[in-house]
Ligand binder design. Structure first.
Ligand SMILES: *Cc1c(COP(=O)(O)O)cnc(C)c1O
Length: 396
């Protein structure tokens, strides 16, 4: 089997099986050392000088270039900062401006709510008669008409793990004269992505899921190099200006991807992410994908054999899935709480989804089998009926 020898690079509590790296990746050991250095030596001793002496100002681009290699993008084409929701707004606003005569944003109804909310907020800001149109994921291709300005999709569905065909849908969008925006939140670090081959105009994603950048780690945004000069930043902050320290009264966008930056970069988080990305230097994405598929296949087979009450809610064909597997069960919430209590950590997504992320950097076949055993114990004993598992936390 193709387990990757990277587990020792993460600090995961003894005995825990962590199947939630699709939501928040675990702590890379190198991040602790790096954060300590940034806090004590750079911020602590250098203070303001560190923007130059520790090259803080170059860090957003350096990290962007490292992410670019993981998503098949050219160096210089990825900017980092802010959160993914903000990056969705920026990309969408810029994309709409590229098709001023069109009024429809097309997405699918399985998209992550924040992406849809940001589209709704943008529409209410710009007014006019814009429309957010959502269709079932299977119906997207047929819904790309010449009314559509932007097709905005998340490659891997956060709930079901269903995967869109990036190349085919981008080609269909272009065929109809629309601009393509991909959200790679559940793709970057999860499977091979080739943005250059897909030829999409925009892509966005976050770095705290499969890239293990830590809670609130900065997001990324990609603009295809040949359209960059047409990108009009809607969030025209000073660090996207061509000359931020000229302190000019008027905004002029940077000639580089830096025009997609907004304000002061989160240096501590970027440093942690930079350290987390060290782990990826020698990871072969094709090998990672093969290992991820093998883990998912094992989990599906084990759970279906052991827990007949659960229904697979992800595509059965591994090619059609991202790096996660979901099962539906009406009482999914308490089942997940009971599972977490026994050291196997996944998460619950309303209304009835038990979700498990498989990240071969630190999960191996043994972990998967053990997690399925624990799930079987929870189901067959019905221990999830215990009152303590019914209490909902603020975050599920
Ligand atoms: C995780 C996720 C988000 C979260 O956005 P934040 O602004 O980082 O909180 C947005 N969109 C998708 C598709 C996601 O998977």
């Amino acid at each position: 089997m193709t387990d990757l020898p990277k587990k020792h690079l993460f600090d995961i509590p003894e005995g825990m099986i962590y199947l939630d790296g699709n939501s928040l990746g675990p702590l890379p050991k190198g991040a602790v050392e790096r954060a300590t250095k940034v806090l004590t030596e750079e911020w602590g001793k250098e203070l303001i000088r560190a923007w130059n002496t520790a090259d803080w100002m170059a860090l957003p681009q350096k990290v962007g270039d490292r992410i670019a290699t993981l998503i098949g993008a050219a160096p210089g084409s990825v900017a980092t900062g802010d959160t993914l929701s903000i990056k969705v707004y920026q990309a969408l606003a810029a994309a709409l401006k590229m098709r001023p005569e069109r009024r429809v944003i097309l997405s699918d109804n399985g998209n992550f709510p924040s992406d849809l909310y940001m589209a709704q907020g943008l529409i209410s800001t710009i007014g006019k008669d814009y429309e957010l149109r959502t269709v079932a994921p299977e119906e997207v291709a047929g819904a790309i008409t010449e009314e559509v300005a932007v097709v905005m999709l998340t490659e891997v569905d956060y709930r079901s793990g269903r995967r869109h065909d990036m190349r085919a849908l981008t080609a269909a969008a272009h065929q109809a004269g629309a601009v393509m925006l991909w959200d790679l939140a559940h793709s970057a670090g999860a499977l091979p992505v080739d943005l250059t081959a897909a030829n999409a105009e925009f892509a966005v994603g976050c770095s705290y899921k499969y890239l293990n950048g830590g809670p609130g780690a900065p997001a990324f945004i990609y603009a295809r190099p040949d359209i960059l000069q047409q990108v009009e930043p809607a969030l025209s902050g000073w660090l996207g200006h061509e000359a931020p320290f000229a302190m000019e009264p008027g905004y002029r966008p940077a000639m580089t991807t830096e025009r997609l930056r907004v304000g002061t970069p989160p240096i501590v988080q970027l440093s942690i992410l930079d350290a987390a990305l060290d782990i990826w230097d020698d990871v072969d994405m094709a090998q990672l994908r093969a290992a991820s598929m093998a883990l998912c296949e094992t989990f599906i087979a084990e759970v279906e054999r052991r827990c007949p009450e659960l229904t697979l809610a992800s595509p059965r064909d591994a090619e059609q899935r991202g790096s996660q597997v979901s099962f539906a069960f009406a009482e999914g919430y308490p089942v997940m709480q009971a599972l977490i209590d026994r050291g196997a950590i996944g998460d619950f997504r309303a209304p009835n989804i038990l979700r498990f992320g498989f990240t071969p950097l630190y999960i191996d076949q043994q972990d998967v089998i053990r997690a399925a055993e624990i799930l079987q114990e929870v189901m067959s004993s019905a221990c999830w009926k215990d009152a303590k598992y019914q209490v909902r936390g603020r975050v599920t």
